[in-house]
Design a binder for this molecule. Structure first.
Ligand SMILES: Nc1nc2c(ncn2[C@@H]2O[C@H](COP(=O)(O)OP(=O)(O)OP(=O)(O)O)[C@@H](O)[C@H]2O)c(=O)[nH]1
Length: 439
């Protein structure tokens, strides 16, 4: 069975979670960053106070193996110095960034009676160094090494370097100057500090390396954190887009359903109406009339309601003389006359065959007679021209509903009145005797 999008997303989250866990554990496996300073250094030089008028002597024993000697002749003094310098970058202004390294691994062989040696890194800073005198003005970051620590390879943590006091004394003790800096090291080296005792001091630098991480643990975790942040952002965005699409799809479907329902409702209303209309006369059919009658019965509204029955005289003869089709046309035209001559509150329908019924609420016997008489006269005076000209008349029976009456009661009296109208020679209006005086 194919997986759902949320199952696929969950699977990817598991995979990403496992990969993140592996990445956290794998940090220790990332190879160390290593910069070999010795034996690969090629720009090395020796220096001593001899260059500034002193008599301490610096000389190579074997330059290729970084083997040199410092000979201190006079009594110890702070003005005396001697050591080996390794240039970095252009050695003047553009140096090498050591700030990513964590420690210096130094394998140094020393013979002599100095209690302390020194490793230094000189930093060129735009604020305090000058290119023309960078050897003096570059910041002097140094770490002191007690002689008894020199066994095999020695590890000097970058954090244990401090700025030499003499350099601070010369350039001032601002916060910036007090802090060791390693971003632009123009040279580094090994030497003897001030007040080194008289004698011969022999150095052989076997190896010197800077060690660090390609990416720190903090940065590594930050990268993993960023990955999760971006991934969650993407997942949220995708979810948002999907939800938006679903909402708009649902809204569209809902709109379509509403439009469809309205259309169906309109159609059903139309068919409902059509099902209550007699197609020939466009008046209510028997079903439509029954609904009206039920409504009156239900509301007990027959009191003061006129029921007018109207029957076409000798209709059989019309059919016989002019054909059934002509008879239909006569019924259709009578239907139109009735529709056009009743009030909006009146209902008119075809009761059956050539008989019509009018239900007129709040109508007196005189009012009903007036309506019926008017219709009778219109029909009587009308010339029905279908194939031949001929005249048609109608007989009308009227009754007015009494309090608490049902339709059958009122209809019965109207039917009786219609019967009387027929017997009285037709083409006339008769009000049921009981109702004639109802005002
Ligand atoms: N053309 C047509 N004739 C119909 C329709 N419905 C009923 N009729 C006819 O109407 C005639 C009614 O005849 P009768 O009941 O004898 O009544 P009449 O001829 O009108 O005579 P009186 O009512 O006594 O004046 C019958 O011949 C029916 O067939 C219809 O829808 N169309």
């Amino acid at each position: 069975m194919p997986s759902s999008p949320s199952q696929i997303r969950l699977r990817w989250i598991y995979i990403a979670f496992l990969l993140s866990l592996l990445a956290i554990l794998a940090h220790g496996l990332i190879p160390h960053r290593k910069l070999e300073l010795i034996p690969s250094a090629d720009i090395t030089s020796l220096y001593s106070d001899e260059q500034s008028g002193g008599n301490t002597r610096a000389e190579w024993i074997d330059r290729d193996s970084y083997h040199f000697r410092c000979t201190y002749i006079d009594e110890p003094a702070s003005s005396k110095y001697c050591g080996m310098n390794i240039a970095q970058g252009d050695g003047l202004k553009q140096g090498v960034d050591f700030s990513h390294f964590k420690y210096i691994a130094l394998n140094l062989e020393y013979t002599g009676n100095a209690p302390i040696l020194r490793v230094y890194f000189r930093h060129y800073g735009e604020n305090y160094s000058t290119r023309s005198d960078s050897q003096r003005t570059a910041k002097y970051n140094r770490s002191l090494i007690p002689i008894e620590h020199l066994h095999g390879t020695l590890t000097l943590n970058i954090r244990q370097f401090t700025v030499a006091d003499w350099w601070i004394a010369r350039y001032g003790a601002t916060q910036e100057l007090l802090q060791p800096e390693f971003t632009n090291i123009i040279n580094l080296g090994i030497d003897t500090p001030a007040n080194t005792p008289v004698g011969v001091h022999e150095f052989r630098v076997v190896s010197m390396e800077a060690h660090g991480e390609w990416i720190s643990r903090e940065h590594w975790y930050l990268v993993i954190g960023c990955f999760w942040f971006v991934a969650l952002l993407l997942v949220s965005f995708q979810k948002y887009v999907t939800l938006r699409r679903q909402v708009s799809d649902s809204a569209q479907k809902l709109n379509e359903a509403i439009t469809k329902a309205r259309k169906l409702e309109a159609e059903s209303a139309k068919y409902r109406e059509l099902s209550q209309i007699d197609q020939l006369t466009q008046t209510l059919n028997r079903r439509g009339l029954m609904q009206t009658i039920d409504r009156y019965d239900h509301a007990k509204s027959w009191f003061s309601t006129a029921v007018i029955l109207l029957d076409v005289d000798h209709f059989k003869q019309i059919n016989d003389n002019y054909g059934h089709n002509s008879g239909d046309k006569v019924l259709a035209q009578i239907g139109r006359i009735l529709r056009e001559n009743v009030r909006t509150q009146d209902d008119v329908g075809r009761w059956g065959g050539e008989e019509f019924i009018l239900v007129c609420p709040k109508t007196t016997a005189a009012g009903a007679t007036a309506i019926a008489e008017k219709i009778r006269a219109i029909i009587d005076y009308k010339t029905f021209s279908i194939e031949n000209d001929f005249r048609v008349s109608v007989s009308v029976g009227i009754s007015i509903g009494h309090r608490s009456e049902h339709f059958e009661d009122v209809y019965h009296r109207a039917d009786h009145a219609l019967y009387e109208a027929k017997n009285s020679g037709r083409n006339c209006v008769v009000v049921a005797a009981e109702d004639a005086t109802i005002a």
